[in-house]
Design a protein around this ligand. Structure first.
Ligand SMILES: Nc1ncnc2c1ncn2[C@@H]1O[C@H](COP(=O)(O)OP(=O)(O)OP(=O)(O)O)[C@@H](O)[C@H]1O
Length: 257
């Protein structure tokens, strides 16, 4: 049996709003993400998808021990969890190569090894030839590839992705989805992927977690690991089913606070 990379047990989370009240963003969320699996979080705007991702990443603090990564309670960020944001979080003053080696410098990986690893990753994400370019000289898709390479460079066991392709045009997005799928299959990393796009979620993931409107709860977890000759038809029918679920939540979701 696969072991749980992430186990969440009855997690609730509130933000302190500026008027002193608190905003309940997540309510009683329980979820197991198995090691090496690809799970998408889907739900209406403001339902707490990013909040859940940041809590798993340890970037938001929570009291208690509702989240475990490999059996250890999350108390803060760690090198076992890498995050990719929608807006390409690259250092503008560093080249592509400089960005990709950054985390390895912090980890004191020897220079020759970090350059080797960086060059390989840059090739893997299709950026060979752009090592010396600065982020401002790259297209959106290229920047996001560089950001993915930078996150992969420190070899996190778990990749947390917050709408990583949300800002890309449809064609680039399709190419990036295919590349991510290949990276996932080649590396066996656990991926938790936030998206608004039902088709993207079904295409990429083994499981789609549908969340309710705020306060976010888990409405349904749908198995989408289709293989074989029926796969295409089953993807299509899963997209339609999940879309129906999500539509109900979107229909009466409050405006994003
Ligand atoms: N710093 C904050 N202070 C107060 N409330 C917040 C804060 N950050 C988020 N929220 C609220 O918490 C709820 C969940 O936000 P979150 O960004 O996790 O939702 P989301 O599902 O990722 O939304 P989207 O799909 O629009 O990105 C929202 O109602 C939001 O307004």
């Amino acid at each position: 049996m696969k072991t749980a990379a992430v186990a969440i047990n009855r997690l609730s989370y509130s933000y302190a709003a500026s008027d002193g009240r608190s905003v309940l963003a997540l309510s009683d969320v329980s979820l197991v993400v198995e090691q090496g699996s690809f799970v998408s979080l889907l739900g209406p705007s403001g339902c707490g998808k990013s909040t859940l991702l940041y809590l798993i990443g340890g970037f938001l603090k929570q009291e208690g021990t509702a989240i475990h990564v490999d059996g250890v309670p999350v108390t803060g960020p760690g090198p076992d969890r890498g995050i990719v944001f929608q807006q390409f979080a690259l250092f503008p003053w560093r080249t592509v190569l400089g960005n990709v080696v950054y985390g390895m410098e912090k980890q004191r990986v020897p220079r020759a090894e970090r350059l080797d690893r960086a060059h390989k990753l840059i090739r893997d994400v299709g950026l060979a030839g752009f090592e010396a370019s600065y982020p401002s000289q790259l297209s959106g898709g290229m920047r996001q590839r560089a950001a993915i390479a930078r996150t992969l460079a420190v070899d996190p066991a778990i990749l947390l992705m917050d709408e990583p392709f949300g800002a890309l045009d449809a064609q680039t997005r399709g190419i990036m989805q295919e590349q991510l799928r290949q990276i996932w299959q080649a590396t066996g990393k656990t991926v938790i992927f936030v998206t608004h796009d039902v088709r993207e979620a079904v295409y990429l993931s083994q499981k789609v977690v549908v969340m309710s409107k705020r306060p976010g709860t888990i409405k349904e977890i749908i198995d989408t690991s289709f293989e074989g000759s029926e796969a295409d038809a089953r993807v299509q029918s899963a997209v339609e089913d999940i879309w129906q679920q999500v539509k109900l939540e979107f229909a009466d979701a409050p405006a994003h606070a």
